[in-house]
Every structure is written in C-alpha cells, then in structure tokens.
Design a protein around this ligand. Structure first.
Ligand code: FES
Length: 87
C-alpha cells in the first residue's frame, strides 16, 4: 500500500497500485476533481512532485508536460508513495 499526499491542502490517502489514483482518492472520500474518468476531459490533471506512477493506457501528454510532472489521476496507478499538486 502506498500513501498519496495531495497538495496544497496536505490531504493523504492510501493507494494500492491496482486502482487509479483518482479511484483511490474517491474511495477515501477525497473530493478529487474529475469528470470523464477515461483520460479525455483533463479535469483530473495534476502535477507529480515526487514518486512513481504507471499507466495502463498512456494519456495524451507532450514530452514537455510529462517532464513537468503532469499526470492524469484517472489513468495513473501508484508505484510508490506520491506527492501530487492540485492547482
Ligand atoms: S477525469 Fe477526465 S481526464 Fe481524468
């Protein structure tokens, strides 16, 4: 089980690496922004400050966006503890 810390409000919730980060947040009762949950609307876009994720389906992000740490929480699964930033 990994821990996800969500900035700026410093909310933490567990993620087991099998479910998406978004699903883990919603399961823990965290109001994580989302709409489509299939990687299309970008509502769940957030920035990874630390940690490792993996994708089942690579979302459409430019190399620059990936380098800046942008991830789709509805598609990403935790591979380690994570620190994510919601702006
Ligand atoms: S919820 Fe729509 S892209 Fe993630």
């Amino acid at each position: 089980m990994h821990q996800v810390r969500l900035l700026p409000h410093n909310i933490t919730f567990p993620a087991d690496g099998q479910e998406t980060v978004l699903q883990a947040a919603l399961n823990a009762g965290v109001a994580f922004p989302n709409r489509c949950q299939v990687g299309a609307c970008a509502m769940c876009l957030c920035r990874k400050r630390s940690g490792e994720i993996r994708y089942q389906l690579e979302p459409m992000l430019t190399e620059n966006e990936q380098a800046e740490g942008w991830i789709f929480a509805c598609q990403a699964m935790a591979r380690s503890d994570l620190v994510l930033q919601l702006d």
